[in-house]
Ligand binder design. Structure first.
Ligand code: 13P
Length: 256
């Protein structure tokens, strides 16, 4: 059975002190579990402080982005080797806010995935449709196209490293989560694409998170879906109690 993976994407929030406090509060209450992974993804400037706060705990460190080159004259960018140096295990790639606000294309996202894999970072690759695309019945095509571009040319060994996150853009930060049925439908579609492109074993092992207004009150019903393997949590990950309640929902589902 696939593990559950709950990750907090703090986005551009917290101060340095708040980040360390939040990380400590989460780390002190997450226990070792062989089928549950928990990670926090603070802003770049706080990676080190958060890394120190969670050191020795069962909480892993993730970044929210990286640049596609390992070093060089790229003013303002942060590379994969730097993230590894800071203790990151995960890196979110292709978040919808980067696609739609910062202008990242499928090609850029693909290069970033390759760069993360090259240094042993596990990319959390985000895909998801806009509301007009859902309304137009294009959800499956949009997700398939984003995913196909993300994995284009990746070997089975490379693709096997990926974590995927289905994040419908209309559900992000809106309080309107996808229903468990809507999430399940897209997640099983994603798994089928992986099975067709690679094989059923790889597809069956790949962790696919759902993201978009996940909170304690809806986490159980989403995580109970057979193809929903975790949550990528935005706003609710900024409060330790709420985030830990989502982690607890993951444990409940595992122990059912
Ligand atoms: P919210 O949980 O705030 O809707 O954000 C989801 C998200 O974008 C996680 O990456």
């Amino acid at each position: 059975m696939r593990p559950k993976f709950i990750a907090g994407n703090w986005k551009m929030n917290t101060t340095r002190v708040e980040a360390a406090q939040l990380a400590s509060a989460v780390a002190s209450r997450v226990a070792e579990h062989d089928r549950l992974t928990v990670a926090v993804c603070p802003p770049f400037p706080y990676l080190e402080a958060v890394g120190n706060a969670i050191e020795g705990s069962k909480v892993a460190l993730g970044a929210q982005n990286l640049y596609s080159e390992p070093s060089g004259a790229y003013t303002g960018e942060v590379s994969g080797p730097m993230l590894v140096d800071l203790g990151c295990r995960f890196c979110i790639v292709g978040h919808s806010e980067r696609r739609h606000i910062l202008g990242e294309t499928d090609a850029i996202i693909h290069r970033k995935i390759k760069a993360a894999l090259a240094v042993g970072l596990i990319p959390i690759v985000c895909v998801g449709e806009l509301l007009p695309e859902r309304d137009a019945g294009q959800t499956m095509d949009v997700v398939a196209s984003q995913l196909s571009s993300a994995i284009a040319g990746l070997s089975e060994a490379e693709a096997g490293q990926l974590v995927l996150a289905y994040e419908p853009v209309w559900a992000i930060g809106t309080g309107r989560n996808a229903t468990p049925e809507q999430a399940e439908e897209v997640h099983s579609h994603i798994r089928k694409i992986l099975a067709d492109r690679y094989n059923a074993i790889l597809a069956g092992k790949t962790v696919i998170q759902y993201g978009g207004s996940v909170k304690a009150a809806n986490a159980d019903s989403l995580l109970l879906q057979p193809n929903v393997d975790g949550a990528l949590v935005g706003g609710a990950s900024l409060q330790a109690d709420e985030f830990l309640a989502i982690v607890a929902a993951g444990l409940r589902v595992i122990n059912r």
